[in-house]
Ligand binder design. Structure first.
Ligand code: NAD
Length: 503
């Protein structure tokens, strides 16, 4: 399944990359210092394609979390008082550095995340976009003036930094999903403690620490504690210091994070899982729908919260759609992400693979038919198309998070909507029709935070509100919506003339 012609020479050492800190990556980033692992346990960062160790990082302890929050708390007020243009400039400089280190990042995307070049380019663009928009927030909307119902009173709404922001992120789009919180948080005068996922501590955390350090961010404003979620996650999310707890990850873990955060009077911002549907109405342009369906299902091995999880296709187009999608799936080159032309790399780890393969096998045992793919080798899973799928099959009713495309038939638009909404998730989705008004009616009825007509669900633009409903999360990311989460509005009123009180 893999071949040996590599796009860039292997054997590079993560500690010798231009972007690496002088100490190497085996460190925490606390108060502007790279703190060596010392006697802490270590986390092995594994290349999912070759199963070799890329580097090791310390496994942060609860004491490290306490220290990081204390440092962030100390640093926040001075940082929040810096002029907004200074905060914006540092975020912009960090963004530019991502471009300067593009080669290193592309390599890390491949060896740490299993991401092919297409995905590396896509994610770098998204990360830079969110940092540019985030930098701009520093200069936006400092507050408002509101008329008062009391004579002689002036009402001011003053926007202040929220304070310390705790950030927990996943492994699938680590650089982007971390930047989309860290950049606006810093630009708006907050300090941050970040716990990246244990599979991607570099791209999800230490890389950002490096570029912000180089951009001149004052010590203590960004602190990174790589660590296992099951070891330090509860302590991290239930901590008394942060004012905001930003979590991106699974709905199951997110629910607990949200509960612990609220228990500590911390505002949760939760971006969780999805079970996104790609609906193809009978009057759709079939080729467009298939192209979109393939891209939305197989990009980054289907490991995005907004990947297509289910294809919901009108019975009149069903056979042709399945055949077209199977044809596209069979043509995708699978292999090491560093091989020229690879479009499908490995999934991140064994437990993800076993989960995906388990859903697949159980669905086939329940009557689904494999139309393309179906096999796996190591962490590589073939792009797979399944026909004869019903909503209750494991591959359809769970977020499978793999390169798997279950296709479910329907008869009427109402039935399609019922199938789409038959899930606790509500993140993204798509509808194909040559009648935009009809597609719009279906889009309106889909219980999701985002729907894309004549496209596929995998869309994210750094200036457009992003988020879900139901088990897919609470709140919205990007631009002014994340600004509301990362700031506090304080009402200050000025009584300019004596007020008459009733006694
Ligand atoms: P996960 O929930 O297992 O892990 C995410 C993060 O949570 C990691 O950093 C992990 O270490 C940490 N964690 C684990 N246990 C914890 C605990 N008890 N307390 C605090 N933190 C803990 O998710 P995953 O498998 O890494 O990521 C995939 C999931 O993320 C999918 O469900 C996907 O849909 C979702 N996701 C959502 C979005 C979005 O924007 N809505 C984006 C990307 C991924």
């Amino acid at each position: 399944m893999t071949n040996t012609s590599t796009r860039s020479a292997d054997g590079r050492d993560a500690d010798e990359l231009d972007i690496a800190p002088e100490t190497g990556w085996n460190a925490l980033f606390l108060d502007g210092e790279w703190v060596p692992a010392g006697d802490r346990d270590l986390i092995d960062v594994e290349n999912p394609a070759t199963r070799t160790t890329v580097t090791t990082v310390p496994s942060a302890t609860e004491d490290d979390v306490d220290e990081a929050y204390a440092i962030a708390e100390d640093a926040q007020s001075a940082w929040g008082q810096r002029p907004p243009q200074e905060r914006a400039a540092i975020v912009s400089d960090a963004c530019a550095l991502l471009g300067e280190y593009a080669d290193d990042l592309e390599w890390l995307f491949a060896v740490e995340c299993g991401g092919v070049q297409l995905k590396a380019d896509f994610e770098t663009q998204l990360a830079q976009g969110t940092m540019e928009v985030g930098a701009g927030l520093a200069m936006r909307d400092g507050g408002r003036r509101k008329d008062s119902v009391t004579p002689g009173k002036e009402n001011l709404l003053v926007r202040e930094p929220a304070g310390v922001v705790g950030v927990i992120t996943p492994w699938n789009f680590p650089l982007y999903l971390t930047s989309r919180v860290v950049a606006p948080a810093i630009a708006l005068g907050n300090s941050v403690v970040l716990k990246p996922d244990e599979h991607t501590p570099l791209m999800g955390g230490l890389v950002l620490a490096r570029v912000f350090e180089e951009a001149g961010l004052p010590d203590g404003v960004l602190n990174v504690v790589p660590g296992y979620g099951h070891e330090i996650g509860d302590h991290f999310s239930g901590h008394s210091v942060p004012s905001v707890m930003s979590f991106t990850g699974s709905s199951e873990v997110g629910r607990g994070v949200g509960q612990r955060a609220v228990g500590a009077y911390t505002e949760p911002a939760l971006e969780l899982g999805g079970n996104n549907a790609h609906v193809v109405l009978p009057d759709a342009d079939l080729e467009r729908a298939i192209d979109a369906g393939a891209f939305g299902s197989f990009t980054h091995q289907g490991q995005e919260c907004i990947s297509i999880n289910r294809h919901v296709v009108h019975e009149s187009l069903y056979d042709e759609y399945v055949a077209g999608l199977a044809d596209r799936a069979a043509q995708l080159h699978i292999g090491d992400p560093r091989e020229e032309g690879t479009l499908v790399g490995p999934v991140i780890n064994e437990s993800q693979r076993d989960k995906i393969v388990g859903f697949l096998e159980e669905s086939v045992a329940n009557g689904a038919t494999v139309e393309a793919g179906g096999g796996h080798d190591g962490l590589f899973i073939e792009p797979t198309v399944l026909s004869g799928v019903t909503s209750d099959m494991p591959v359809a009713c769970n977020e499978h998070f793999g390169p798997v495309a279950p296709v479910i038939p329907f008869e009427t638009d109402e039935e399609a909507i019922e199938i789409v909404n038959d899930t606790e998730y509500g993140l993204s989705g798509s509808v194909h029709s040559t009648d935009v008004a009809r597609a719009r009616d279906v889009a309106d009825a889909m219980e999701t935070g985002m729907v894309h007509i004549n496209d596929q669900p995998l869309n994210d633009e750094p200036h457009v509100a992003f988020g879900g409903v139901g088990a897919s999360g609470l709140g919205r990311y990007n631009d002014e919506w994340i600004m509301d989460t990362l700031t506090t509005l304080k009402w200050i009123s000025i009584q300019r003339e004596p007020r008459e009180y009733p006694y």
